[in-house]
Each structure stands twice: as C-alpha cells, then as structure tokens.
Write a protein that binds this ligand. Structure first.
Ligand SMILES: *Cc1c(COP(=O)(O)O)cnc(C)c1O
Length: 223
C-alpha cells in the first residue's frame, strides 16, 4: 500500500532530517510526537509496529480508552498530552501521560503538583504559551511566562519547556522565534512547536519536539 502509516512516518522523518541539516542541527535531537487523536488503536499500532514510540493525544478520556492496551504491548511508548486540561482531570492526566504539554494556568499547575505528589509520578511538563495572544486560545500570555515559570518551580513541577500553537492565519516563524526566546530567557531546554503544515520551519527555529498528526495518520474524520 502506498500511503501506509509506516511510509508516511518515514517521509516525515526524512523531511525533519532535511530541515535539521539545513539548520546545522542533528535530527536525533528532535522528537517526533505522532498526534493520534481521533484515530483508532489499530492505526496507532501500525506506527508502533514500525518502531515509533512517541504519541500525542488531546483528550484525557480518549487517551485512557486507547492507550492501556497499547502500553501493555509496547511498555516503552511515551504519551504526551497536547490538548487543554481541566483541573478535575488532573489525576487521570498524571496517571495516563508521560508528558503534559499544556500547563496553561495557575489552577492547573497547582492541581498537577498535588496529584504528582499523591501518585508519586512526575510527568514532565511544558507551559503552553499563547504567542498570538488570541482571546479564544489557551495558554499563558508571553508577558506572564516569567511569573508562571516561577510558580511551577515553587510548586516543584518538573517544568522542562514551552509549547505553542500559532494563529492559523499568520506565518508561524515569528511565533516559533518568540517561543525560543522565552525558553532561553527562562532557562528551559525544550520547545514543542510545529505541526503537519509547519514542522520544518519549527525544526529550523530550534524545536525539540514537533507534533505531527495529519501527515502521519491522514485526515481526521470531521466531527
Ligand atoms: C491536532 C494537533 C496537532 C497535530 O496537527 P496536524 O495538523 O494534524 O499535524 C498538533 N498539536 C496539537 C496541540 C493538536 O491539537
């Protein structure tokens, strides 16, 4: 079959390698998070069978329905939360995910810290930054990143990086550059940026993680 998940995965990896080379980077320093939201476990298993181990889901509930079975077969898979988190789901999120990319407000930071303490589990965290300052979008405003980083550190959250979703109608590069600048200023080593349409730009601008769904699994069914 021409468009298998395995083939699409290797095409995306090739494009990442080329972008990394252009920027004088080593592609090994960039993690491809395969965003599997809405896709059934059989499709995800195709990626796992092809050797891929890093996945992203945007809903806690959906991840809890799909991943226990996959984890039983592939214990070394790594699951990232890339969608908004409600504080009443903090316990499930801490139990289910290895990385939480969408810490975006004080209430969530506190709920996660409390659950990590209670469960003795420490998923690595990213702060989501609303680089476009879009009112409808989740994320900390760029001007509030310093205060949120300080709070997360006070709470003992394992904060490792920043994540952003640029406005759809704008070129992404300035947003990626801003995210990198903020991460440097606050001494955070990881940057999650870039999706199917712009991951090469993100790689060139320093991404440590790209989150790619459609280019790997195909179009998502419309809701
Ligand atoms: C769905 C989603 C992606 C993947 O988007 P594609 O355009 O399908 O690659 C990346 N990041 C987040 C936060 C998402 O919700």
């Amino acid at each position: 079959m021409t468009n298998s998940v395995a083939q699409r995965l290797s095409q995306v990896k090739e494009r990442m390698e080329k972008a990394a080379r252009n920027a004088g980077r080593d592609a090994k320093d960039i993690e491809l998070v395969a965003v599997s939201k809405t896709h059934p476990t059989e499709r995800i298993a195709e990626a796992l069978d092809a050797g891929h181990r890093s996945f992203g889901e945007n809903r806690v509930q959906e991840a809890m329905a799909k991943f226990p079975e996959l984890r039983a077969r592939f214990p070394d898979l790594e699951l990232h939360l890339v969608g908004p988190l409600q504080s009443n789901k903090a316990a499930d999120a801490v139990a289910t995910f290895d990385v939480i990319q969408t810490v975006d407000r004080e209430k969530i930071a506190r709920a996660l810290a409390k659950e990590m303490e209670r469960q003795g589990r420490s998923p690595r965290c990213f702060l989501q930054v609303n680089t476009g300052e879009e009112p409808q979008k989740a994320g900390v405003a760029p001007g509030d990143v310093g205060a949120m980083v300080a709070l997360c550190r006070d709470l003992g959250l394992p904060l490792r990086g920043l994540m952003c979703i640029p406005p759809v109608e704008e070129p992404p590069a300035p947003h990626f550059a801003l995210l990198r600048q903020l991460a440097q200023r606050h001494e955070l080593p990881l940057l999650s940026m870039g999706m199917s349409n712009d991951f090469e730009t993100a790689v060139e601008l320093g991404a440590s993680h790209v989150r790619v769904g459609t280019a790997i699994f195909g179009e998502r069914p419309k809701p």
